[in-house]
Design a protein around this ligand. Structure first.
Ligand code: SF4
Length: 344
């Protein structure tokens, strides 16, 4: 018999489930409190032993077990977690003055094949459950004793490829009954699944959408991101405009700078041109990310002077550009590197 995934339930679903086991409703509130602390059934000491046994026989609590932890000089912590079936995923906790933000994984591996990314080297193993996304936050809070204030869905996996589970996770994590992390502190990054961007716009969630653009012409983007062969830049930016018009929410554009590939002043002007062509009237913000060395791909980060020239060209075209601070650079904190190091 397949066991019930109890951490993927909201409070009402959990209450109905506990009642279906022949238990009084108030037990659900007790269990809910324990789940948010990362407790297993055996640790739920205010439950009768018979109920703990019944739960262990019928249900499971998803856990993200820490198998490796790297702490950077700047306070960033990178975790390699093992899931119940042995799959390994990563999270990164970043500490800012305004609070702690965690970057979580939504899939074990990734099917999208972006050329600069270590997470996709062996394709997709499987999609994560809502509970497995939550458990990355719960485990991190338990390990550090600190609250997580913000989330970015930018770790291993394409969040919109695991749409239903990611949506359930977002509703759980934003619930005042749950971890209560405000949607305004949650950012979802996608490589550009245009049909799902349209669907997301209908969900009425005040999250920030972040688009991995990485090139301003289809030829370059298709060589970096296979998804561009399905949905090109025009289709993607048109979907972004529709998303903005529907939700009123700012969209940020991610642009990884790869030396000799997409990092010249000419490329910066081309980027400004396409953004104005399809997204004029929207607040335009570009996050510039020096590419990480992915040895298997042979990509090199741009020179510092080239990054500055790229950023100032965008600023000169009245597009806000931020060069992403490389937190945790001493611990290989970028997506998929730790997992890849472990031969996965
Ligand atoms: S960048 Fe994101 S979408 Fe692309 S392969 Fe890596 S994890 Fe997947």
């Amino acid at each position: 018999m397949e066991k019930t995934d109890i951490l993927s339930m909201n409070k009402e679903e959990l209450t109905a489930y506990i009642v279906s086991l022949g238990e009084p409703k108030f037990r659900a509130a007790q269990i809910w409190g324990w789940l948010l602390k990362g407790a297993d059934f055996s640790e739920m000491k205010n439950l009768p032993a018979a109920l703990r046994t019944k739960l262990a026989e019928n249900a499971f609590v998803a856990t993200a077990k820490i198998v490796r932890k790297l702490v950077s000089k700047d306070g960033t912590i990178k975790y390699l977690y093992e899931m119940h079936d042995g799959e390994k995923i990563e999270s990164v906790l970043m500490r800012y003055k305004h609070g702690n933000t965690i970057c979580i994984s939504t899939e074990a591996g990734c099917p999208m094949g972006c050329a600069f990314c270590a997470s996709t080297l062996k394709g997709l193993s499987r999609r994560l459950l809502p509970s497995e996304m939550l458990s990355q936050i719960i485990s991190t809070q338990k390990d550090t004793g600190e609250r997580v204030d913000g989330i970015v869905l930018m770790g291993i996996g394409e969040p919109l490829d695991n749409y239903d589970n990611v949506l359930k996770f977002l509703r759980l994590v934003g619930s005042p009954d749950g971890l209560n992390i405000g949607y305004r502190h949650i950012s979802l990054s996608t490589c550009g699944l245009v049909d799902r961007i349209g669907k997301l716009a209908e969900e009425n969630l005040a999250i920030t959408l972040s688009i991995s653009l990485h090139a301003a012409d289809d030829e370059t983007r298709s060589s970096l991101m296979p998804v561009n062969k399905k949905w090109n830049i025009e289709q993607l930016l048109t979907a972004c405009r529709a998303y903005f018009e529907k939700t009123g929410r700012r969209i940020s554009f991610e642009y990884t700078l790869v030396r000799g590939k997409n990092d010249t002043v000419k490329d910066a002007n081309k980027l400004a041109d396409v953004l104005y062509k399809y997204c004029s009237g929207m607040p335009l913000h570009v996050n510039l990310i020096p590419v990480n060395n992915v040895v298997e791909r042979g990509f090199l980060p741009s020179e510092k002077s080239g990054i500055e020239a790229f950023a100032s060209t965008l600023e000169g075209r009245r597009i806000t550009a931020t060069v992403r601070r490389t937190l945790g650079s001493d611990i290989d904190a970028s997506c998929g590197q730790l997992r890849a190091e472990h031969g996965i």
